[in-house]
Design a protein around this ligand. Sequence first.
Ligand code: DGL
Length: 282
Amino acid sequence: MLSLSSPIGVFDSGVGGLSVLKQIQAQLPHEDLLYVADQAHVPYGPRSKSEVQQFSAAITRFLLAQEARLIVVACNTASAAALSELRRSFPEVSFVGMEPAVKPAAQATRTGKVGVLATTGTFASERYAALMARYAAGVEVFSDPCLGLVERIEAGELDSTETVALLAGIVRPMVAQGVDTLVLGCTHYPFVLPALRELVGTAVPIIDPAPAVARQVGRVLAMEPEAAHALPPGRVVLFTSGSGSQFQAQVRRLWGEAAVVKTAVWHEAAGELSLQINGVEL
Ligand code: DGL
């Protein structure tokens, strides 16, 4: 039986969702948080929809087995590929997903030109097409799948010469064509916000939907009966399906505070994937 003290489960292909986890922790500091970085499979962007659906379903089962009472898909690519499927397959579970913030960008732009940075998988999705049809009428959208950027962020290259050159090649032409609002449609990208800010200047708002996602998590939890909120700070446990020592170093840099880091391993039996705790606590 899940209780109000059960954790919130959050996942992404890698370290990107830590940008969302940060916001959830800031807004809901008493909640216990479980995070899965599926670094065995990062990046999700170039993968097929069915592959991302399989990973997402298996990670959801993993988080539910640890009593998560709400699942946050802290990944635009996984939300685009799998959120509807997850809601169908786990009807009793509350999910909060992500989508590129096209709506607020379309409202904010003065030039009528908006830049969206996301992944190939997000741009190719029906969900994104529906988002564009609904909110981007009358707005010119410049989109870029930022090839190689997720890998650079995973490698910790947040402001290397190559990363800055990659970003410059993406955003400078957008700004030159009149884009005045940028959308971060991948949860990895907030980690290069300082570099992006340098490139586009302060006049161009850069929209990261993570705070809004954390508020949505708060709204969903508020629908639960009143919890005892005079609680100690929540415990944070971070899993990776990749290298534990590499993740440990990434967490130190990108998360910056105490968290338990563990590894999990993928298994395949009878054609079904499952993620299992490796038992190694680092
Ligand atoms: N962080 C992810 C997103 O929000 C996925 C990036 C990737 O693995 O390609 O889209």
